[in-house]
Design a protein around this ligand. Structure first.
Ligand SMILES: Nc1nc2c(c(=O)[nH]1)N[C@@H](CN(C=O)c1ccc(C(=O)N[C@@H](CCC(=O)O)C(=O)O)cc1)CN2
Length: 294
């Protein structure tokens, strides 16, 4: 039986409509509009597309967006100065620094300088710690998007074995954390899983993957997960975005895996659109939180 293709674009659209209503209600009640500052350093073509898509999403949901483009030779000091200005700007509810930063800039130094109450990417150690303790202020955008895909597609994770492939700070680690949380933490039925994390030093990865009810692929290797690594009937979520000679593809060999999985996300049109809409949700949360704590 062929897999159900999980339509990330449609799920993102649905969430976006819900957020649009919440933003309108917040703006009417508080008299102020949530605002998102985006910082883009350098000319990376993919980053330019992602930031433009974030600005467009802001326009659609009613969030003000403030764009800061800096040349690739910007120094860490210059970037820290801008972050300090944005931290102090009352019109800015959330700050995102688009990654990757050009080589030579210490990413951690910059991300740690963002005021945790404006850290809508949920990269600051304070917010990462709150997620891991099960009392999040923000949820990290891509893992939250995956949780929403599972939840809204009726794929319950409770008691299931979820295998996360990849241990990045952006996806793998927070993904594992969220899947294992009590469901009340993430407001989603897609939690309470038993989680295994595999990575480049895991020796018997195919065997481990074959025991998974849910596979989350976030290892950054084109078509890495093949059909022989997937248990028949498992749900497969592909977080990878790889640009190859044949075009864009994920970390999952879609054509073979869709023959064995019960459900699968495509690339493009799977997790990617959710990353952007969850950023909108975090920006609204930041504005709400700041309004309540003035
Ligand atoms: N500050 C951040 N930097 C980066 C993040 C992040 O969450 N915060 N994640 C990625 C890039 N990213 C968002 O910034 C992102 C990647 C992909 C998509 C997306 O919609 N992809 C489309 C395909 C579009 C294409 O690449 O042609 C899809 O999958 O359908 C959205 C956001 C790294 N940096």
């Amino acid at each position: 039986m062929a897999a159900t293709i999980l339509d990330g674009k449609a799920i993102a659209k649905q969430i976006e409509l819900e957020i649009t209503e919440r933003v309108a209600a917040f703006t009417a009640k508080s008299g102020s509009q949530p605002g998102l500052a985006a910082v883009l350093v350098g000319e990376d073509p993919a980053s330019q597309v992602y930031v433009r898509n974030k600005q467009r999403a802001c326009e659609r949901v009613g969030i003000a967006s403030f764009m800061h483009r800096l040349p690739a030779n910007t120094t860490a000091e210059g970037l820290l100065k801008l972050v300090a200005q944005l931290n102090a700007d009352a019109q800015v509810s959330g700050i995102l620094v688009q990654l990757p930063l050009p080589g030579g800039i210490d990413q951690t130094l910059i991300l740690d300088a963002i005021d945790p109450s404006k850290d809508v990417d949920c990269f600051h150690p304070h917010n990462v710690g709150l997620v891991s303790q099960g009392r999040p202020r923000f949820l990290p955008c891509t893992p939250h998007g995956v949780m929403q895909i599972l939840h809204r597609s009726g794929i319950a994770a409770a008691g299931k074995h979820a295998v996360v492939i990849g241990r990045s700070e952006i996806v793998g680690k927070p993904m594992a954390m969220m899947l294992m949380q009590k469901d009340s933490t993430c407001g989603s039925s897609a939690a309470n899983a038993t989680v295994t994390v595999c990575h480049s030093r895991t020796p018997n990865m195919p065997e481990i993957c074959r025991t998974a009810d849910i596979v989350i692929a976030a290892i950054g290797k084109p078509r890495f997960v093949t059909a022989d690594m997937v248990k028949p009937g498992a749900a497969v979520i592909d977080v990878g975005i790889n640009r190859t000679e044949d075009g864009l593809c994920g970390d999952v060999d879609f054509d073979s895996v869709k023959q064995v999985a019960s459900a699968i996300t495509p690339v493009p049109g799977g997790v990617g659109p959710l990353t952007i809409v969850m950023l909108m949700e975090n920006t609204l949360r930041a504005a709400e939180w700041q309004a309540g704590n003035d």
